[in-house]
Design a protein around this ligand. Sequence first.
Ligand code: MSP
Length: 555
Amino acid sequence: MSEKFYITTAISYPNGKPHIGHAYEAIAADAIARFHRLSGKDVRFQTGTDEHGLKMVQTARDKGVDVRDLCREMSDQFQAMCDTLNISYDNFQRTTDPMHQVSCQAMWRKMHAAGDMYLNKYEGWYSVRDEAFYEEKELTTGDEGVKLSPQGTPVEWVVEETWFFRLSKYQDRLLKLYKERPEFIQPEGRRNEVMRFVEGGLRDISVSRTSFDWGIPVPDSPGHVMYVWVDALANYISGAQSLSGLGYGTNDFTLMEKFWPSEEGPDGELKPANVLHLIGKDIVRFHAVYWPAFLMSAKLPLPKQVFGHGFLLARGGEKMSKSLGNVVDPIELAEQFGVDNLRYFLLREVSFGQDGSYSPEAIVTRCNAELANSFGNLAQRVLSFVGKSYPDGLPSPRRESVRKFVEHKADWWFEGVIGDDNSMERGFIPRVNFTLMDDKMIDTFIKTWMDCVIRCNKFVDENAPWTLRKEGKQEQLDDAIVTLFTFIHMLAIAIQPIIPTAAGKLLDQLGIPEDERSYAALADDTWYDRLRASSHRIAPPTPIFPRLEMPTDVK
Ligand code: MSP
């Protein structure tokens, strides 16, 4: 049975249109999901929208619309963004879905039964923008004496009778978790921040509100709706029927058992589920402190990892904000530069886990240099040469070393410059390092791929197939072409998670059937002979990565 892997993004507040930061998270999660599917895992990928809470109520009021209409309209835009960007989600979870409510209430009841909920008066600072409570010591003072949260958003004093969750009870268990499973919070810097925060002492948190009703009703407690973060975090295990969310607390256990199974380890503790929550750095505390405490309280397994990626900043490293007028619409960018170019740029440019910045010039420069000039050109010149010089089909490898290379029996990252004496001279071909993707070092993975592309282009120059043809050195020519064809096959398969459409088009041109494009196919020793024996002929290729024009109306 194949290994299960469940990956989620944060669910976004649909109080405005999606921006490039939301797109970045969805694209990164999609690349990871596709990577694991190509590696043979049974993957489930969920994203969605977080529709309750005061922020949504206030936005609807400001716009003069019904909050339900606002949610529907904006949530649809988030889903449309995912579809445009080729995000391969299995479920788009909305927290206004009635079955999500069933799951949330089931989780609440379990937390209540554990003795972790009690009624008390809440008095403290609340940021509507972050939908978060803060302690006095965490605040700073902004212009005109306005108190600000650590995220720089204004806070207000709130007094209400609310339900409290005994977070303090979980302090030691959380610290033990961080110590015993360092991989639980990544990257390392974010883990340290969380550990310092928890070591500083945890207070019980307010988990219901009575001053508005746009939320999930607290079971058996009229007038209380759940604090929006309890509701939002539960999206990871909630949902409607088996075709969408996992369905915790509903009558359908299928997906929950598959992707979030309750299994005890040898120590009698629940084993972590193979789940990755990919989120931005601003909400790590909710995912790495509150969420595991809620799960411990409800006696559910913990996820394997919470990964807090960095922020995408506007030109010059500025934070994107409506007031600065530098918020970027991902759909416009995708229309202007192409979906795969945008995906490639974001994943290659930003060191994954760190902040990074974006500009139209940077997209054009990087995509032209690496996709159009390097990879596109490699594919273009090799395939047009093959199309012209081998009209009857691909050549077969002449030398044993080349055959072994094609069949992946030799170290197929071998040194492969073909010498005049028909020997293989030593030259270095770098590896595409797949384990980097497993470690979520996405940008470094792409870099190793690019190094290999650059080396292959050099291989073309060094072996000059057109000269070999002119000089009638057929044997060397055949081996050079077989080698290059094998490399392009590998490079196209490897890069599918990042640029799925373009890689797919190239694999079509190579004649590789759809069901032979997984990473397992890279270990298949018969692929080349089968392709040769097929009726596929390399046609004059159409360029897959046309050069981008530098925008003239750069903002
Ligand atoms: N609704 C909460 C998350 C609940 S998850 C159970 C929320 N929503 S959000 O719309 O504000 O943010 C959604 C995701 O986008 C978060 O992971 C956030 O960190 C990420 N980003 C928001 N702005 C971003 C950038 N500028 N750059 C990269 N990611 C950013 O928080």
